[in-house]
Design a protein. Structure first.
Length: 310
């Protein structure tokens, strides 16, 4: 009996992923059927994105696992109709893209590039930036993306502090955890990068209290999730000078409404959720490997802890 793989994502993605998944499943030696339509009780695996429309998993009585195309799983982790394993996307293409974006914006702030790019008024101000060894960068969130980011920043000789909910050990990086660790990390950070998941526990991680812990004029980069920041508190901190500048790639509402104050604020850079994205070629490899594992009785990769939401 073939393994039935249901593709449930935005329809425009089907012609992109269908040949990649077909090749990957063939290479894995599997007897399979891949389609956007099956009778519900015939589905073994779901390749899933929230924009595919599938919400009720109850009729999928043969289902073995749901394999997300997205790194963030907040839209499905709390779905009570889903009782089988859920795997999130950990894709080396996505990780590399995120690392490049984070390092690029950290270097932009570290080197003071904006002042030379946007201010060309004939004033000669030969102020050289400090070396990376003199700059403290804090990364909140040490999952796959956060770990890649801190390792790349450490390789450039930044003073890197990584913070996570639970203890981590990463060579060359000061790793902290818990409430006290967060307070200390923020108190040292000239640049903060947010790479936490979106869960009830992480909402408004950057609020009036935590923003006040940062050194005056600190800079924030958020390619993680919009709800990590209390927007009103951030705008107040920007207006007071407590925060010098922010680069925001993710927002509570996307696209960011044209009337939102972030667009017009002189100390805010808005990027349109482009820090990184799932690369179909590498993502298909991850999906096919998990299906192969499921069929051979091996543990699935990148399983989500449904209690934690990531």
């Amino acid at each position: 009996m073939p393994v039935n793989v249901l593709f449930s994502a935005r329809p425009a993605l089907w012609p992109v992923y269908e040949p990649l998944l077909t090749k990957g499943l063939n290479d894995a030696g599997l007897d399979f059927e891949l389609s956007t339509e099956f009778e519900p009780d015939q589905v073994d695996y779901v390749v899933y994105a929230p924009n595919g429309g599938l919400q009720d998993f109850t009729p999928l009585t043969r289902l073995k696992a749901v394999l997300s195309l997205w790194a963030g799983v907040e839209a499905i982790a709390g779905n009570e109709t889903l009782t089988v394993p859920l795997a999130r996307m950990v894709d080396h293409g996505l990780t590399q893209g995120m690392t490049e974006w984070v390092v690029g914006h950290v270097l932009r702030y570290h080197l003071g590039m904006d002042s030379h790019i946007t201010v060309q008024d004939g004033t000669w101000t030969p102020d050289a930036p400090p070396l990376a060894t003199e700059r403290c960068v804090c990364v909140l969130g040490l999952g796959a993306l956060g770990q890649a980011a801190v390792q790349s920043l450490a390789a450039l000789n930044f003073q890197v502090i990584g913070w996570s909910r639970t203890p981590k050990d990463i060579p060359g990086v000061t790793c902290l955890h818990g409430a006290d660790g967060l307070k200390y990390a923020l108190s040292q950070a000239e640049i903060v990068v947010l790479l936490l998941p979106d869960t009830p526990a992480t909402e408004n991680t950057m609020n009036a209290e935590t923003l006040a812990l940062l050194p005056e004029g600190a800079q924030i980069i958020n390619p993680g999730r919009g709800p990590l920041i209390d927007d009103d508190a951030l705008l107040m901190a920007l207006n007071s000078g407590q925060i010098g500048h922010v680069t925001l790639d993710v927002f509570r509402v996307e696209p960011l409404p044209p009337e939102h104050p972030y667009w017009a604020h002189p100390n805010v850079t808005v990027t349109p959720h482009i820090a990184s994205e799932t690369r179909p070629f590498t993502a298909a490899q991850v999906i096919c490997e998990n299906i192969r594992r499921g069929e051979s009785g091996e543990p699935f990769l990148h399983l989500v802890d449904r209690q934690l939401g990531y």
